[in-house]
Design a protein around this ligand. Structure first.
Ligand code: NAD
Ligand code: IPM
Ligand code: MN
Length: 322
């Protein structure tokens, strides 16, 4: 029995996650789902967006399927997403960008950097400390090198020309790549961002620090149809969480127009993680066939609703099994 925790979260999480969950249930009837509520909506009702006990509950699952949470820019509010990533030590944020002529994986360090949580506010200034540790860099470098070893090469996105913390990051990644026998190039993140959009074929696995990976992955969505398309995995030693790269999209929430592909692809990554790559491939192929049949949500120029797109994927998944 596989136990999957399901968090819809806020906004379009309530729309795309039921679709992804239905696809999971169709390919793996043995999965036992349990719902967990976290997020801004819960905070508005109860004053607590996510408790430590809730996170412990998430950690007891074999995998977590997560939608998105709304984070208001309120200095008193702690991002639920960061709380979960830190508490479960989900150190590797893996963001594949696949589409026509594009096959890149961004591996984002997920626990430190500018998201170290070391910050304070004084009357006339506010400080956030960018922590890059040797341990943190080594483990993300090893993760990226293991992935790059079965692919082609590694690029280290950095700003070591300016930031001392990135000198440590680049050194560590370069050393790990040499040890693993992986061809490795360091590139400054500003030039890399443009080059990735202009020449995606030059890139394979990109490893980078926390916020650079955050920004680079949203920008890279441009290559494959936008944010509705990109899945991600947050991997730790003892827990793993799968979520679309996009957020709760309050501007389109509640209208059945959100693209569920990113959420469905996140479910496919979850299937690989629990040791079922065949089902993962079946889901990916079903999504591909639906898109080829020109069934698309409005962000891709179509007129299908979230639920209608999901129903089409479910039909394809069913046929794939027959
Ligand atoms: P967003 O990713 O929610 O939306 C950015 C733009 O992309 C919006 O115009 C939105 O309509 C569009 N979009 C996103 N996903 C889409 C989809 N599946 N289909 C069609 N269009 C889609 O980013 P934002 O607007 O900057 O942030 C909104 C909220 O989400 C904020 O509170 C932010 O903190 C939060 N957020 C949460 C997560 C997470 O939970 N992991 C990730 C990013 C942002
Ligand atoms: C993401 C999001 C998060 C991040 C926010 C919601 C904390 O943008 O997962 O990409 O900045 O990492
Ligand atoms: Mn982001």
């Amino acid at each position: 029995m596989v136990k999957v925790a399901v968090v819809e979260g806020d906004g379009i999480g309530h729309e795309v996650i039921p679709v992804a969950r239905a696809v999971l249930a169709a390919v793996r009837p043995d999965i036992e789902f349990f719902d967990v509520e976290v997020g801004y909506g819960l905070w508005e009702r109860t004053g607590c967006a996510c408790s430590e006990e809730t996170i412990a509950g998430l950690g007891s699952a074999d995998a977590i399927l997560f939608g998105a949470v709304t984070t208001p820019p309120d200095p008193g509010y702690r991002s639920v997403m960061l709380q979960i990533r830190h508490t479960l030590d989900l150190y590797a944020n893996v963001r594949p960008i696949r589409g026509e002529g594009v096959d890149v994986v961004i591996v984002r360090e997920n626990t430190e950097g500018l998201y170290s949580g070391v910050e304070w506010t004084e009357p006339d200034r506010a400080c956030t400390v960018r922590v890059v540790s040797r341990r943190g860099s080594e483990r993300i470098a090893r993760y990226a090198c293991t992935l790059a070893k079965s692919r082609r090469h590694l690029t280290v996105g950095n700003k070591a020309n300016v930031l001392k913390s990135d000198c440590l990051f680049v050194d560590t990644c370069t050393r790990e790549a040499a040890r693993a026998g992986v061809p490795c190039t360091a590139r400054y993140i500003d030039a890399l961002s443009l080059d990735l959009l202009m020449h995606p074929d030059r890139y394979d696995v990109i490893v980078t620090t926390n916020i650079f990976g955050d920004i680079l992955s949203d920008a890279a969505a441009y290559l494959v149809g936008g944010l509705g398309m990109l899945p991600s995995a947050n991997i730790g030693e003892r827990a793993a969480l799968f979520e679309p790269v996009h957020g709760s999209a309050p501007d389109i929430a509640g209208r059945n127009v959100a693209n569920p592909v990113a959420a469905i692809r996140s479910a496919a990554m979850l299937l690989s993680h629990i040791g079922d790559p065949a089902s993962a491939t079946a889901v990916e192929e079903a999504v591909g066939r639906v898109l080829c049949a020109d069934i698309r949500t409005p962000d891709l120029g179509g007129s299908a609703g979230t639920r209608e797109f999901g129903a089409a994927v479910l039909r394809e998944v069913g046929q794939g099994k027959a």
